[in-house]
Design a protein around this ligand. Structure first.
Ligand code: CA
Length: 705
């Protein structure tokens, strides 16, 4: 990989040259693990010092709340860059770093993991799981993003895009073991952080839209990598027998021959372990395909889609479930963060879990039994007016299931809230998360529902969705929400430019930190939402910040690099941010009150201009066919409507599209090392159709000027 030699660690403004040997222990590595606290159940349940960030949500509660308060509402104005590490070859960076005993660990593009000195940014080791080599055509299903890694005892756990779970020695970056977690026939990938608890490591997977998908989670022994248990999220073919009673129960809620489409439910994010109740909560995914008329034509709730499922952490046995969207048909998965807190509701102490899934409602659930405590919409919800407190079910709006023709629905498939991290501050009693305000048109009128088949390559959902625009009268697309879970109402809100804003961090300094799609990291007063500090990082932000301390100094660290699914497929709205492919910096930045470094200037946002090609005559029929091909094969990286949002080149601006030969070469051979899979089976006719569609989209924009 070419970026390795170009890594530039900067320590308080001084440039240090670093020679790297892949996988070799660094001679400067202090023997910190020998003296530091064990990263075990006790530490993960309660880390009172704030020095460490031990897990995805810092501790088992997933609150992303830090007790550190040196940076507070009165000092945050002095926050400045302490050090930064440029990461020139990276793409979308969406992950939460971990900090253990003064070493910061993070995962980047192609799932490369790096350990750096948390006080200087000096690189200690780098671990490359060689995703491109292992993934092959699995790359077709997703993106090489990872939202994080896990730490247990002396090992870092890395779940790879191609489906492996790898354990890595935290001191040296040496691989300890590796196991494949997905079956060969599954068109799955992993973007989620592994979850450790009680000496086990849990992984899920994504890929619900990429074939006949039947989701599952699997737990492995942290020491050996041996499989401990697996829990399927939806039932398989009854003729094969059910794995357990939970699957037999779930099968009662399905109709038709759902197993032919897999059913879905993939758990790609949202795993929380509760040490008090010794229970594991899994947020589950949407249907495969989205359209219930195809998936389960006689109706039904379709358990355990779009649910929180509570499992025995030792055996994977089912305990209870709460389904947020029964019989889902809009991609309203419930894979978002599950945050634990003790709440006082009407004088009653409730062991609560909080969850703000795609469907736009904020849920407070009694985590002892899975019963609904309360729910209220945090964004515009035109598919359901409310959640009935007695039954716990949404009160749906007739027509929203596009049962009588096209339906105009918000939230859309991107959700009212996606995977961007939610934090909770026990001092303010508020939860903080980015919301999305976007309407869509859903219609299956042009689809032969009986003949529909799951895709063999690319993407298929069984319904056509068209993005319409903001669901709010003021046109706002994205906002930061501070939500009071006890009163089930918004405490404050900050409307933001654009959408797909990053997750949050909250601290005992009465602060909330959040990065934006526009490339600004901001600190807010956690009680009022007043902006106290802003900093431009030079590129769009999709990752949540963390905080930690080394030798009494409090640091705030953040990965910078516009990314995630919407940065791939988002098209126009996403592209308008101007984070064009390969133009803007990717980096890890650490701030402190003592910081004295400064970032080099970053190019201004840029939206690529389509290439003028007057000699290319677009054939409308070929372009129509190409549109379908593009949607299934190309759009997840090169952008909806062929408008790239920055994860891959904008093909409307590419001269390669003008040449049948050059285009065929790159599409059929791929650029595996850069994350572009090969498509050798595409015919000349399909390739020609793709070229005509791309040129048509280019001409449309050129004509609109
Ligand atoms: Ca989905």
């Amino acid at each position: 990989m070419t970026t390795r030699a170009a890594l530039v660690p900067v320590w308080r403004g001084a440039v240090l040259a670093t020679a790297l040997v892949l996988g070799a222990p660094s001679p400067q590595l202090p023997a910190q693990r020998a003296s530091g606290p064990a990263v075990d159940d006790a530490a993960l349940a309660d880390e009172p010092s704030g020095a460490h960030w031990l897990a995805f949500g810092r501790t088992y509660s997933e609150q992303r709340f830090s007790p550190l308060a040196r940076i507070d509402t009165s000092t945050v104005g002095n926050l400045a860059v302490d050090w930064f590490l440029d990461l020139p070859g990276e793409r979308g960076l969406v992950s939460t770093p971990l900090v253990v005993d003064g070493v910061l660990y993070f995962i980047g593009s192609m799932n490369i993991v790096r350990a750096v000195n948390a006080a200087s940014g000096a690189l200690l080791w780098e671990y490359d799981p060689e995703v491109a080599v292992h993934a092959g055509r699995r790359m077709r299903a997703g993106w090489d993003h990872s939202r994080g890694i896990a730490f247990w005892n002396d090992a870092v756990y890395v779940a790879t895009w191609d489906g492996r779970l790898n354990a890595v020695d935290a001191a040296t970056g040496r691989e300890l073991w590796s196991t494949m977690t997905i079956e060969p026939e599954d068109n799955f990938y992993i973007t989620g952080a592994p979850k450790v608890f009680k000496g086990k490591v849990l992984v899920g997977n994504g890929g619900t839209e990429n074939g006949a998908a039947r989701g599952y989670v699997t737990a492995y022994d942290a020491e050996t990598g041996e499989q401990a248990w697996r829990f399927h999220i939806v039932p398989g073919n009854p003729a094969d027998g059910f794995e357990n009673e939970a699957m037999a129960m779930a099968a009662e809620t399905w109709t038709g021959e759902w197993w032919k489409h897999g059913g879905g439910g993939n758990a790609w994010h949202g795993f929380t372990y509760d040490p008090e109740l010794d229970t594991l909560y899994i947020g589950t995914g949407n249907g495969s395909p989205w359209n219930r008329k195809i998936r389960s034509p006689g109706g039904g709730d379709n358990l355990f889609l779009c649910s929180i499922v509570a499992l025995d952490p030792d055996t994977g046995e089912y305990r209870w479930h709460y389904q947020t969207t029964p019989g889902e048909t809009w991609d309203y998965n419930s894979n978002m963060d599950i945050v634990l807190a003790d709440l006082n509701i009407d004088g009653r102490a409730v062991k609560a879990l909080m969850h703000a899934p795609k469907n736009g409602f904020f849920y407070v659930i009694d985590r002892a039994n899975g019963e609904l405590v309360s729910a209220a919409p945090f964004t515009e919800t035109t598919w359901a007016t409310s959640v009935d407190p007695a039954s716990g079910r949404p009160v749906e709006v007739p027509g929203a299931r596009y049962e009588n023709g096209p339906a105009f629905v918000s939230p859309g498939p991107i959700g009212g809230h996606n995977w961007h991290a939610m934090s909770y501050n026990p001092a303010t009693g508020l939860a903080y998360f980015p919301a999305i305000h976007l309407s869509y048109r859903f219609s299956d009128e042009s689809i032969d529902l009986d003949a529909w088949r799951s895709p063999l390559r690319g993407t298929g959902t069984g319904v056509r969705t068209t993005r319409l625009g903001s669901s709010r009268p003021d046109g706002v697309l994205g906002s930061l929400q501070a939500w009071d879970p006890v009163r089930q109402r918004r405490a404050w809100e900050v409307p933001l430019d654009g959408m797909w804003h990053a997750g949050t961090l909250t601290t005992a300094g009465n602060l909330v930190f959040q990065g934006s799609a526009t490339g600004e990291l901001a600190a807010y007063d956690a009680e009022t939402g007043a902006v106290l500090w802003r900093f431009r990082v030079g590129s769009g932000i999709s990752a949540p910040p963390i905080t930690y301390a080394v030798d009494g100094r409090q640091y705030l660290a953040l990965l910078v690099g516009w990314g995630g699914a919407y940065a791939g497929v988002g098209g126009r709205i996403s592209a308008d941010q101007g984070w064009a492919y390969g133009v803007h910096p990717r980096r890890l930045i650490a701030f402190s009150l003592e910081g004295a470094a400064s970032l080099p200037p970053s190019p201004p946002p840029r939206v690529p201009a389509p290439l003028e090609a007057p000699h290319f005559e677009v054939d409308a029929g070929l372009a129509r066919q190409g549109a379908l091909e593009f949607g299934g094969v190309c759009s997840s990286c090169h952008g909806g409507g062929a408008v790239s949002s920055g994860m891959a080149p904008d093909l409307r601006a590419s001269g390669l599209v003008l040449s049948a030969g050059a285009f065929a070469n790159i599409v059929r051979d791929g650029r595996t090392e850069r994350g572009m899979p090969d498509y050798p089976e595409l015919t000349d006719q399909q390739l020609t159709a793709l070229r005509h569609y791309i040129r048509q989209q280019a001409e449309l924009e050129l004509a609109g000027r």
